[in-house]
Design a protein around this ligand. Structure first.
Ligand SMILES: [Zn+2]
Length: 299
């Protein structure tokens, strides 16, 4: 067989290390390259993951789009203003969730983007550290808000048991070495600290509806496709206990909009609006929203 060095075949389930998988879905990179990819499911723990995946050195090319970066809107525009308003709403909502568990302390945001969330926590009196692999976003955060943001290599140097809250907002599905990252989180969190993980939910009604065109598959950028069950299995492996789940209702609209675009709808906003409403209504019964926030306690 021809050896392709730029493609890595996953041999062990990233969650349970089992070695037998079944095909789950065939899809393609609708967002950028249009290249085909396949998704497998572990036969033991049911975890769903992209397989094969690009090698670590190949992956950056799949992020090579101006659309993919967190928006750093400087000038005024209508979409820019809506974006900023939603972003601020989003930040307050995230802060409110964290406040249920910790009032003040040390906060680590992994995948901190352009730093708005860190800045908000900072202004509320928290000690904050951000980790952001994207150099542009990192420098923007440092220059704009005068906050501590480092690249991923810093995770090995941060103080053990140093943080009260560690968050990853739509980040864990991108992490190349899941086991390594979970171990780092486990090490960096104090005993009884909280880990907040937001990820797309492959069991959501919009995922079921759009199937291979569900925009939150976002392969090969998304290496893992989590569900409530697989997140719980994953957390358990690292002595983290799920405390509560929260919905991210806006994601159903955003993901539906992109999915309708992939279906080549002429005016995707209209079906996307109804799809978003429908997804949220259906999701409510089983708490299976398009994206979910998982709050876990380190035990
Ligand atoms: Zn497994």
């Amino acid at each position: 067989m021809e050896q392709q060095t730029n493609i890595i075949q996953i041999k062990q389930c990233p969650v349970c290390r089992n070695t037998s998988f079944k095909p789950y879905l065939k899809t393609q990179d609708y967002f950028l390259t249009q290249e085909p990819f396949t998704i497998d499911q572990c036969e033991k723990c049911s975890f769903i993951f992209t397989n094969p995946i690009p090698s670590k050195s190949e992956l950056p090319k799949y992020y090579d789009s101006p659309d993919y970066l967190s928006h750093t809107v400087r000038g005024w525009s209508i979409t820019g203003s809506i974006y900023k308003a939603l972003r601020n709403l989003n930040i307050r909502n995230k802060y409110k969730i964290v406040q249920h568990y910790k009032k003040i302390g040390k906060f680590l945001d992994i995948g901190s983007g352009t730093g708005e969330l860190l800045n908000y926590f900072n202004q509320k009196g928290w000690e904050t550290v951000g980790i952001e692999p994207n150099e542009k976003a990192r420098n923007y955060a440092i220059d704009s808000y005068n906050i501590n943001v480092f690249d991923e290599s810093k995770l090995d140097d941060l103080q053990e048991d140093g943080f009260d809250v560690i968050s990853l907002w739509h980040v864990l599905e991108h992490v190349y070495d899941l086991d390594e990252r979970m171990k780092q989180i486990q090490k960096l969190g104090k005993k009884d600290s909280y880990v907040v993980i937001a990820v797309p939910n492959i069991e959501s009604p919009d995922a079921q509806k759009y199937k291979d065109k569900w925009a939150a598959l976002d392969i090969p950028r998304h290496l893992y496709h989590f569900s409530k069950g697989s997140i719980q299995t994953l957390l358990g492996r690292y002595n983290m206990e799920l405390v509560k789940m929260y919905p991210m209702r806006l994601d159903a609209f955003y993901v539906s909009l992109l999915s309708e675009k992939y279906l080549n709808k002429k005016i995707p906003a209209i079906p996307a609006f109804f799809s978003g409403i429908q997804s949220n209504l259906k999701a409510g019964k089983e708490n299976n929203y398009s994206s979910m926030i998982f709050v876990a306690k380190q035990i």
